[in-house]
Design a binder for this molecule. Structure first.
Ligand code: FA5
Length: 369
């Protein structure tokens, strides 16, 4: 009678032999990589693999026989791995050969998936069109920073400290850390997100000597939020400084601008207004291009609220004090400046009822432009 221990060794050896035949057949017959991996897992899988079941017999193998049986099992495992890798490589070779022998395909055929082409956001389209108008009028385009000092955004533009005008342009203040500062003791840096593009006026005028004619566009920030006001929006600022510049030059440039935007004969009017950095200052209205008195459409026009005029920008002659702050001789030179909201122009241009639509980035809205 065979001892149980000898039985266990025999059972393991027979198990391995049977398993060997099965995995070789399974590997050879695997139709694809997934089937091959499944077959390998069926043999070597830790929980449900067949080898695990065979190994359960190891309990009954006497201690002195275990190293020899263990070595056989390891050799078996190694054999499975090698067979697996070799079949995997064979599959890759087969796939490559199938590719190489397949009939060639036409790379120039149009794709089946239609990929829409992107385009500039309507605000940026409007900004670029506006800048082109001013470029054509002889203005140079200059960039300015969005994070600005209080001096360039307010003080040098002659906003008196605590003037109510700064309330209208309440903004986001920035903590300034210098390298080595302890973040817990942030200093009062007096740095802010600019509230208008007039900061560029200060920067350019402080660096150059007249004559100069400059426009600048970019994002600005205010604590505003309603149908026509957004906390972040875009402005364009223009200014010109030279000898003998007058309000008539300003009106001439703004008329050319309105005509380039809305067509020849577009009426322009200046209404007195207050900005601390200009004297005199004005709001500019252009004749409403969406309605007309003659066909009665004005009586229901929501754009101009039946007035026939639409406010588009602020402007004026640069205050002598501002020129002086920038080192420009205000006895010799005069200049004008104007600034407007790009979203306002885009809304008028496309008849957009709420500024929010411009910032929600809903593709169904954006793709209409
Ligand atoms: C200014 O910002 C002046 N810097 C303009 C200026 C420049 C005047 C040079 C004189 C000389 P105002 O605050 O009115 O002015 O803003 C100008 C335009 O920005 C407005 O007419 C409006 O079209 C737009 N705007 C103002 N606030 C918002 C806002 N929160 N959201 C969207 N557009 C706005």
């Amino acid at each position: 009678m065979t001892a149980p221990a000898a039985d266990a060794v025999t059972a393991i050896e027979e198990g391995l032999a049977a398993l060997g035949t099965r995995y070789r057949d399974a590997f050879a017959g695997a139709a694809d990589e997934q089937a091959l991996r499944d077959a390998q897992a069926a043999v070597l899988g830790k929980k449900k693999g067949e080898l695990t079941r065979v190994m359960a017999l190891m309990r009954d193998v006497p201690k002195e026989a275990r190293p020899e049986v263990g070595a056989k099992v390891n050799t078996f495992k190694q054999g499975v791995q090698e067979a697996f890798q070799s079949r995997l490589q064979e599959m890759a070779r087969e796939a490559r050969n199938a590719d190489l022998n397949a009939s060639p395909f036409d790379l120039s055929l149009p794709g089946r998936l239609e990929l829409g082409r992107g385009h500039l956001h309507p605000v940026h389209q409007t900004r670029d069109d506006l800048l082109t108008i001013f470029r054509d009028l002889g203005f140079e385009v200059v960039a300015g920073p969005e994070v600005e000092t209080e001096a360039n955004n307010f003080t040098k533009l002659a906003f008196p400290p605590d003037h109510p005008a700064t309330d209208m342009q309440d903004t986001f203040w920035v903590d300034v850390l210098e390298s080595g500062d302890d973040p817990r003791s942030v200093r009062d840096g007096k740095v802010l997100l600019r509230t208008h593009t007039s900061n560029t006026q200060i920067r350019v005028m402080s660096q150059r000597t007249p004559p100069m004619a400059v426009v600048s566009a970019g994002a600005v920030y205010r604590r505003d939020d309603d149908l026509t006001h957004s906390p972040m929006f875009h402005q364009i600022e223009g200014f010109l400084v030279d000898e003998n510049v007058s309000l008539a030059h300003l009106k001439g440039v703004l008329t050319s601008f309105a005509e380039a935007l809305y067509g020849p004969g577009t009426p322009v009017r200046l209404r007195p207004s207050y900005f601390p950095f200009v004297e005199p200052g004005a709001e500019v209205d252009i004749g409403c291009v969406f309605c007309s008195e003659s066909d009665g459409s004005r009586s229901s026009c929501k754009v101009c609220k039946t007035t026939g005029w639409v406010e588009v920008l602020g402007c004026g002659m640069i205050h002598p004090e501002v020129l002086t702050h920038c080192g420009i001789d205000s006895e010799k030179y005069t200049g004008y400046a104007f600034g407007f909201g790009v979203e306002r122009i885009a809304m008028l241009r496309y008849g957009i009822p709420s500024i929010k639509l411009l910032f929600e980035n809903d593709p169904r809205f954006i793709e209409q432009f």
